[in-house]
Write a protein that binds this ligand. Structure first.
Ligand code: DGY
Length: 322
């Protein structure tokens, strides 16, 4: 008998056929709508494996309902949506999709940095709303990127990929990480700094650390107040790492120049969110890994991890081993 799996969002047909060769597949098939939690709670009761996205909260209560559940395969590198301890104690393996999205996410991070520094959103609106009447000596001026100091918080694969892009802009690269990365220091010329020193010295601070209880609100008012008034904060990791009220306050008080955010504490962010009312906030809808090729690779890898676990082999991207 084939194992039963549930897929929490409509994935490309080729991925579903690949899974269907080996499994009995049920799927929430609305393309742009997350599965309602009560439906997921029913579906999980019967399945051996779950392929989910970062939009699903896989907590202890839900895991407890999965009486046959052996594996949760998350189609994301971040897995803060899954209660890892609960999975471990229930003997459920958890996998993620690292590696395949590194360069795409670094591209977006660097793009957002440039867009925020050079005021793309205001400039685009200026053209489209018919406000462009003349060339203006100081109109829509922003901050330079070339030769500036970039501080990366969280020097994992994506951090290193951002640092290598920064080399092309002759930036001075600083980083803060739980562990020093001597190889990155040598190959990328990145210099290690304590967090406060990184914040004080950088023109751009890029948040790329994973979201854990230890990194919740890592960047709050005290940290933002250390930054230069001309500096820019970029977050392409998870919203909860930057305290949004503190960020709003710091932007209002001109403690920092601008922010570029691909992630928010609550997603989708509410249209009335105070940060969206500020002209110097460039906001994106969590699209770090959103290229056609990369999303296909993530879906394939998530499917592969799931099948490996169900076929009693070791999946390549285990974050919880049991
Ligand atoms: C991840 O993978 O964790 C991103 O946030 C979505 O690609």
């Amino acid at each position: 008998m084939k194992p039963k799996i549930y897929v929490t969002r409509k994935l490309p047909d080729v991925i579903i056929s690949y899974l269907s060769n080996e499994c009995e597949v049920r799927m929430w098939d609305k393309e742009d709508e997350p599965v309602p939690p009560e439906i997921l709670a029913e579906e999980i009761e019967e399945v051996d494996g779950l392929l989910c996205l970062l939009t699903e909260t896989i907590d202890e209560r839900l895991l407890g309902k999965g009486r046959n559940l052996k594996v949760v395969s998350n189609m994301a590198v971040g897995y803060n949506n899954i209660d890892i301890q609960a999975a471990k104690s229930k003997g459920v393996q958890v996998t993620n999709t690292p590696g395949v999205l590194t360069e795409t996410t670094a591209d977006l991070t660097f793009g957002l940095l440039i867009a925020t520094a050079r005021r793309f959103e205001e400039s685009i609106n200026y053209v489209k709303e018919g406000k462009w009447k003349t060339w203006s000596p100081m109109g829509l001026t922003g901050q330079d990127i070339f030769g500036a100091t970039l501080g990366i918080i969280g020097m994992g694969d994506i951090g290193e990929a951002v640092a290598s892009r920064a080399k092309g802009f002759k930036m001075n690269v600083l980083y803060h990480n739980r562990k020093r990365k001597i190889a990155a220091e040598e190959t990328l010329g990145a210099a290690y700094r304590e967090l406060d020193d990184l914040l004080t010295e950088s023109d751009f601070v890029v948040v790329l650390t994973p979201y854990t209880p230890q990194t919740h609100d890592l960047i709050s008012y005290k940290e933002l107040a250390l930054m230069k008034p001309t500096s820019i904060l970029i977050n392409t990791s998870r919203g909860g790492i930057v305290n949004e009220e503190a960020l709003y306050q710091a932007l209002l008080e001109k403690k920092i120049y601008a922010a570029g955010l691909d992630v928010f504490e609550q997603e989708p962010v509410s249209l009335t969110h105070p940060l969206l009312q500020l002209p110097n906030v460039t906001a994106l809808p969590h699209i770090g890994s959103a290229s056609v090729t990369t999303r296909m690779k993530m879906a394939k890898l998530a499917a592969f991890n799931l099948l490996e676990a169900l076929q009693h082999r070791t999946p390549p991207n285990l974050v919880v081993t049991v």
